[in-house]
Each structure stands twice: as structure tokens, then as C-alpha cells.
Design a protein around this ligand. Sequence first.
Ligand code: UTP
Length: 404
Amino acid sequence: MDYERTKQDLELRGQAHLLEYYGELSEEERQQLFADIGCTNFAAVKNLDAGSKKLGKITPVNAVSSEDIKRRYSQFESVGLDFLAQGKVAAVLLAGGQGSRLGFKGPKGMFDIGVTRKLSIFEQQMNNISDVTAKTGRYFHLFIMTSRTNNDETVKFFEDNNYFGYPSDMVHFYIQDVAPTCDYNGKVFLDQKHRVSLAPNGNGGWYSSLVNSGLARVLERDNIEWLNVYSVDNVLQRICDPVFIGATVIKGAHSGAKVVKKVCAEEKVGVLCNEDGKPTIVEYFEMPEDLKNKTKKGELVYRYGVILNYLFNVHDLNLTLSGKLPYHLANKAIPHMENGVRVTPSEPCGYKPETLVVDMVKMMGSCLAYEVEREKEFAPVKNAVGCDSVETARELLRKNGVVL
Ligand code: UTP
């Protein structure tokens, strides 16, 4: 890359400070800096107020309730099992997050949730998968999205643990794309004098990153029609649940979302609703107070919280690739260069732009809300202590018969 051209280009973008230490760098470091600049998506930090848009007309969704599911269980299940037996469904584990709230150094899935024995979150989730493969007698492809930071450790952990008994040729790791972090004025941070601060671009990047990694060839080759996307931080996650698959297929939806009834109006989960007639997920901090508290026959009207377990139709996902997911700005403490020194702030000092999987639901056009029992399927490990913590997740695992 040519210094003058890069400088001009950065000046036009208001980002020329990225060359501030150029004069101090070795030739190798200069190449590294240019390589980072070359893969920096400056569009992510262009419109810093783009995330705070006005909501359209919000209306409640009709969910397939847990009573409906009980009634039609065998019908849904047999369709789902059939799809799985034909290899039409694969799973995508989102494991590219930073897990900053948990404060665990290392990939979140490696966190040991065991008490008297070792039990990593990854192992617990792989055990959940074996419930399904035992029924279908067939393994499904499992794509694992990691980040630049945690990929090697994650891959090694799976190798060292013999893929938890899963066939290794059915497990495919890929690294999530990145977006630059920036200060509150949109100036991209330098992480080191010769490194741009690039962080995982949010869990909405999962499909485009999969395509960019070249793995979409597996989807095409094996005629995979549905992807079940799930988060690493729910130890009760049911993966490739045949009943959920069957219900989504039978209902003719382009996507499906597992939801739980909110425990109270204030619970901090995104809620599946319709916005201007299209499915959408309204984050708890975006939900207007009157809608949040609205009740009918003693029940919250907007009661279905999402648990980051979705089904997406692959054909429809491909149509969304040409669209653009909005960036949301997470306010974070970001290490960066300041006056020649690398600082590690303990308080938020800038933005990490993130695309969110919840925005993909809207692009899909239709989404089946599928209600599951919280006590059986939702044990999030977000924090070290308190709400949605290691202790609350352990309690729920015990209730579900898992020996810790
Ligand atoms: P969270 O939104 O809880 O983010 O992720 P996080 O980074 O894991 O944790 P905090 O906010 O720093 O404490 C929900 C799911 O999305 C994945 C996570 O791994 C988790 O499964 N994720 C999140 C990614 O895969 N990539 C990202 O860039 C962000």
C-alpha cells in the first residue's frame, strides 16, 4: 500500500490519526498497519446515531404457545426428525463474543460450570446435542463461529477433548469478521502503534462471516435448508430441536425464534413483536413504557422474550446478504493508544459497533414465535454473580437432572 494514497484516503475519512506513529514503525510494522487499515470497515463508525432510530407501529405476535406445542407435539416432531434424518438442518454456535460481563479470561464456552467435576459450557451443550443425534441416528453439521482472539484456543479445546464424542469432520470453525472500535467522535482507535483496534462485529455477522469463510459450500453441497443458530451462554440450549424445526416448517415461516414468557415487565430481554406488520425484536431499553407494561386478562401483551435460539431458512438468508444490517453501538471500555502509551480504561470510553442477530429476523419477513418452558431451556451465563449468573445457571442445570 502506498503511504501518500493511504494518507489522503484517511484524511478524507477523518481518520488520518491512524498514521500518527508511522515514523516510529519498523518496515514489518508498517506493513501490518496497512494490512489492518485495508480491512477496516470505516462505514461501521460513520453514522454514530444510526442505531437510535424511531420505532414503527408495534403490535404483539401470535406465538405457538407451549399448550399448542403439547397438543401437536408428535406431528411437529415427526416432521422435524424427518428433516434431520435427511440432513437438511445444521447448527451454528455463536462463540465469537468477548464475555466481558462474565470476566472469564478465555473463550466463554471453556468456562467450567461443574462443581465436583469438570464440565465446560461447550461440553454441556454438546451433551444436549447428543440427545437429538441419539434419536435421529445421524450427526448434523455444526458450524462454530469464533473470533480472531479466541479461535485458536477454542479449536484446541475441542481437539483436546476429542470433540466431545462428535465426529470432527462434522465440526467447522470459522472466524467472525471484525469492525473498528472508536471514540465518541467516531475516531477509530489504535490498539497499538501499528495495529488498528478491530473487534468482532457483533453476532449479526454470523452468516456473512460464514459465507466469507467459504463454508457456504458445505451448505450447498449437502443441500442444507435450515440453520439453527444458538448462543454459547445458555447451558440448557436445545440444539436442532426436532419439534421446533417441525413447527417452523409446518407453519411455513422463513425463520423461527424460541421465546420464553417474561417473568415481569422489567426483565431485560429483547421481545419478539411486529413492527409495521413485520416481525422484529425490540430490545428492553427500546420498548416504550406503556407497551412494556400493557396487560390483557392479567398477562403482559408483549410477553415473549427471545433466548438466542433461532431457525433461519438458508434460501431466505441468501436473499438478505445484499441488504445491510444496522450497526448498534456498544459503549465499552476499550484499550487504545493515547499520547504514545497504550491505556486500558476501566470505564467505557468509546464504541464497539455491533450488528445483531435480532435484526436479521426482520429481514427474513416472517418469524414463528415458539414458546418454550424457561426452566427447561433457558439458563443464561452472562454474569459472574447475581442475575443470569454462574450460580443461577447451576441451579437450573441441577433442576434438569445434570449432576454437577
Ligand atoms: P452477548 O451479547 O452476551 O456478548 O453474546 P458477549 O460478548 O458474549 O458478552 P459481554 O456482552 O461482553 O458480556 C450473545 C451471544 O453472541 C455471541 C456470544 O458468543 C454469545 O453466544 N457473540 C457476541 C458473537 O459470537 N460475536 C460477537 O461479536 C458478539
